[in-house]
Write a protein that binds this ligand. Structure first.
Ligand code: NDP
Length: 293
């Protein structure tokens, strides 16, 4: 290995994710040093040639590149505020999940203290790190992303979203929002049939093909909301309202918590009441964009 490919890397935080990131680097031949607030978590890594630092200062001093993968925004400050002098002149890649505003705050904190900063949002579970289905989103210093790309790509795709350090986590949490709502939708439906004795496993046998068939239509939905033109000659909101009323009624009759579907039904009702019944269901996007609509 040469240049940044041979970088010494320090990983701060040995939760499940920190362990996976450190192990992947060690497997690729990097000299890896780790630190964890609670000592004694480096066991398996040490058999892979990873060095466990005696303390945080020693861990940071060991490498030009420091990767933080701690619990949350507060834990990054808890751990690193006392270390700014040691971090000065080094590169910090923060893969801890933080809100965009918190990532921007950390980027400013880093700049003030002479630390090169790249923020990251991990779109993978620990067991996926280093496989082709792993992706990490980055924003902040373009130079850090470019210089260390070969290191970052060991963990998975290393997508870059610009100098604004908040953009990676904005993408991260926007994508996760879609995912959580999709899974919650499955659970709502499973509870509806579940009240009549159907198992979630049996429900999934029909839900998975149905949802899979519809997922590709998201591209069409995206083009519609980007255009702002909701005219349609197929299923318009008046039609959808009839279906939504029936779905909602069924949920209530089955005794499930109606709140999540009720929110969608209320948006449909509002757009119909506002005279948009002939337009496409996609129009409710306007209410997500602007809650007053
Ligand atoms: P864990 O809960 O397994 O580990 C959390 C780590 O943070 C531990 O090393 C813990 O140390 C440390 N920590 C917590 N508070 C502090 C503090 N105040 N000061 C110093 N260290 C602290 O989490 P993961 O490893 O799974 O996740 C780490 C980050 O990666 C999180 O931000 C998470 O959102 C993100 N992520 C995780 C994914 C996953 O599937 N696991 C997926 C995508 C992102 P100690 O052992 O001493 O408690």
């Amino acid at each position: 290995m040469a240049g940044k490919d041979a970088a010494r890397v320090t990983v701060l935080g040995l939760g499940l994710m920190g362990q996976a990131l450190a192990a992947t680097l060690a497997k690729a031949g990097h000299a890896v040093t780790v630190w964890n607030r609670t000592p004694g978590k480096a066991g398996d890594l040490k058999t892979q040639g990873v060095a466990e630092a005696a303390d945080l200062t020693e861990a940071i001093t060991a490498s030009e590149l420091v990767v933080a993968v701690l619990l949350n925004h507060d834990s990054v400050h808890d751990a690193l505020d006392s270390q700014v002098g040691v971090l000065e002149g080094r590169t910090l890649i923060n893969l801890t999940s933080t809100a965009p505003s918190q990532a921007r705050e950390l980027a400013e904190w880093a700049k003030t203290n002479g630390i090169e900063y790249l923020d990251g949002g991990i779109m993978a579970a620990p067991h996926m790190i280093g496989t082709e289905i792993s992706s990490i989103l980055y924003s902040g210093s373009a130079r850090v992303h470019e210089d260390y790309k070969s290191v970052l790509e060991l963990w998975g795709e290393a997508a870059y979203f610009g100098e604004d350090a908040g953009m990676a986590s904005l993408w991260d949490f926007s994508l996760l929002s879609s995912m959580y709502i999709m899974f919650s939708g499955f659970m709502h439906g499973a509870a509806m049939v579940g009240a009549s004795g159907v198992t979630a496993t049996d429900y999934a046998k029909r839900a998975v093909p149905l949802l899979s068939a519809f997922i590709p239509t998201i591209d069409h939905l995206a083009a519609t909301v980007d255009s702002g033109d909701y005219t349609t000659d197929v299923q318009h909101l008046d039609f959808t309202k009839a279906a939504a009323d029936a779905i909602h009624r069924t949920g209530v009759e089955q005794g499930v918590n109606p709140a999540m579907f009720e929110h969608i039904k209320n948006l449909i009702d509002r757009h119909v009441a506002n005279g948009h019944g002939a337009e496409a269901f996609d129009r409710i996007f306007e209410s997500f964009k602007n809650p007053a609509k």
